[in-house]
Design a protein around this ligand. Structure first.
Ligand code: OOB
Length: 560
């Protein structure tokens, strides 16, 4: 256990001292770092496989050595403990080695998503004052190195661009490029004893789904994140026989730590990484590697079920648990998981902000199909409240508030937003409308946050509306969720225009592309209205628009 004093990073909202003390006393926070948890497994099973990525297979010892080498490389590049680095890598062993290198040195990774582009990466780098950015060379036809340089041009704190893959031949970069690969094979100099973070140190900055403009950053400490992983490991029953399939972007809290890759490493199991959840390859991999647990969003679960039904790709019976979460899984889909895939369904209703709810593996089938589970920790506090903050009885929908040992008390450097998202006594308002049943399980019944959940990818309505307002002739803009049979929701943009103007979907898409916005945020339908529907108090009535688009789609459906 580290005896250093925790590094102080300005802008972190701590838990109140007395609450922290209580969490330590109760043993929720053990003062250990994420790395030290894995070090134990490296000692115990150095030659067992920890990670598989294509033809690369790494034992615990090999992964540990690569991450030590990578840690030293970062330090040699003058990236110091406490510094933030924006990390955007596809699912790969390098993602894991680098993330562990950060966890072992106290360098703080900002967990960007592979889909993020200039707009998001610039915001993340600037908000976190990152000293480096880590990207892959390309993503299909997009040159990510060029984007990283554009970010470096905008954000002066960026001194290094680390590249996974080929370096570019940019002769005058804003920040010098370095190859990530060069840092992976010289273990030996790095010692954990010198750097090991304390429990109170920041482990990483996760991204919030974002309801107001650009994503907020969520500070996760070693103490709270270790506890998060350990509780999830317990509930999902990870052990050294676990073979975990990671197909969702690994920087997302769900596949990273619920229990995810970190859970498998803590338990001495093996993780198999795939770059995407496309069904054919995923189902084949489950067979080939003897995968026991996989994590998906409902839209992916549906493609796996359809593919398996049609092609019977998966012939083995190793898959024990399919974790599904990130957006609401329709009950009918939930009922099909076990009959078709032969795996127990585990519904997961979680958030990067902390609280994780899960159904238990031995729950009654009715609970598994019809609910999103209950908190993983006895220390998670839950309140379901009405508009004035009064608790509602079980069985009645209300807004979900939560507090607990792995739910931080505020976003990073966002005091104004914190004043709205947290109550004065530290409850986080998740923006989800839930029903708590008498048995304690939660059913997600809706949302009171202005966000579109596109198959688990969260889009802030406000962010998209702000782009629309840059277009000449746009009088009012409202982004709302429209139902989609696959993704659950897609983004539909309503606009009202000033006289004599015409605006098309292409115009909106063009302005967002110009700004370098992640593709998943682009509106997929535009509705022009003479006048925006408003509520009695004169606010834009999004409920009416959601209903309007639902009816339009239904009419089109019957017409076709
Ligand atoms: C997960 O995390 P985030 O931070 O991307 O999004 C959190 C939000 C929740 O507040 C809720 O609105 C929605 O995503 N959500 C669900 C859900 N799981 C998440 N809504 C309905 N049903 C579910 N099962 O999405 C996340 C983080 C850790 C584990 C699992 C999911």
């Amino acid at each position: 256990m580290s005896t250093r004093t925790p590094l102080s990073i300005e802008g972190v909202v701590p838990w109140p001292d007395e609450v922290a003390e209580q969490y330590r006393k109760a043993g929720y926070w053990q003062g250990t770092s994420i790395g030290s948890r894995i070090a134990g497994q490296v000692e115990r099973r150095p030659d067992d496989e920890a990670l598989v990525d294509g033809s690369t297979r790494l034992t615990y010892r090999q992964l540990w050595d690569k991450s030590a080498s990578c840690a030293q490389y970062l330090l040699d590049l003058s990236i110091a403990p406490g510094d933030r680095i924006v990390l955007q890598l596809p699912n790969s062993w390098e993602f894991v080695a680098l993330t562990l290198a950060c966890f072992r040195t106290g360098i703080v990774p900002v967990m960007a998503l592979p889909a993020h582009r200039r707009h998001e990466l610039t915001h993340l780098a600037s908000l976190s004052e990152a000293t480096a950015i880590v990207v892959a060379d390309t993503d299909r036809d997009t040159d990510l190195r060029r984007i990283a340089q554009q970010v470096a041009a905008e954000v002066p704190s960026i001194r290094t661009v680390l590249v996974h893959g080929e370096l570019s031949n940019d002769a005058t970069p804003h920040a010098p490029e370095r190859a990530l690969a060069a840092g992976m094979d010289t273990p030996g100099r790095f010692t954990d004893a010198e750097y090991e973070p304390t429990g109170a140190d920041v482990a990483c900055l996760l991204l919030s789904g974002g309801t107001t403009g650009l994503p907020k950053l969520i500070v996760r400490t070693h103490d709270d994140y270790v506890y998060n992983v350990l509780r999830c490991n317990d509930v999902t029953e990870f052990d050294s026989d676990t073979v975990y399939l990671g197909t969702l972007p690994s920087s997302h809290n769900f596949p990273l730590a619920c229990p995810g890759i970190l859970g498998a490493l803590f338990a001495g199991g093996r993780t198999v990484m795939l770059p995407s959840p496309a069904p054919e390859r995923a189902l084949r991999t489950i067979d080939a590697e003897g995968v026991t647990v996989a994590t998906v969003v409902p839209a992916v679960a549906q493609t796996w079920i359809e593919h398996q039904r049609e092609h019977h790709t998966m012939t083995g019976t190793t898959l024990r648990v399919l974790q599904v979460g990130g957006s609401r899984m329709p009950d009918e889909l939930a009922a099909r998981v076990e009959p078709v895939l032969g795996a127990r369904l585990q519904q997961v209703f979680g958030m990067a902000e902390g609280l994780i709810n899960m159904t238990r593996l031995d729950d009654d089938p009715e609970v598994i199909t019809n609910t999103q589970g209950r908190p993983v920790s006895e220390a998670d506090e839950i309140a379901v409240v009405d508009e004035i903050g009064e608790p509602v009885p079980d069985g009645t929908p209300g807004a979900l508030l939560t507090r607990g040992p792995y739910t931080p008390r505020g976003y990073f450097r966002a005091p104004e937003h914190n004043a709205k998202a947290f109550t004065p006594d530290g409850w986080y308002a998740s923006g989800d409308i839930v029903v708590r049943r008498a048995d304690g399980n939660l059913v997600v019944a809706g949302r009171d946050k202005d966000m579109i959940n596109r198959g688990g990818e969260k889009i802030s309505a406000e962010e998209v509306e702000n782009f629309a307002y840059q277009i000449d002739g746009v009088e009012m803009a409202a982004a709302v969720a429209m139902p989609d049979p696959r993704l659950g929701e897609k983004l539909c943009l309503y606009l009202s225009l000033t006289e004599g103007h015409d605006v098309t979907l292409d115009d909106v898409v063009a302005i967002m592309n110009e700004a370098g916005v992640a593709r998943f945020k682009l509106p997929e339908r535009l509705v022009i209205v003479d006048q925006m529907p408003t509520t009695k108090v004169g606010k834009i009535d999004k409920k009416a628009m959601r209903e309007d688009i639902r009816q339009r789609l239904a009419r089109e459906d019957t017409a076709s």
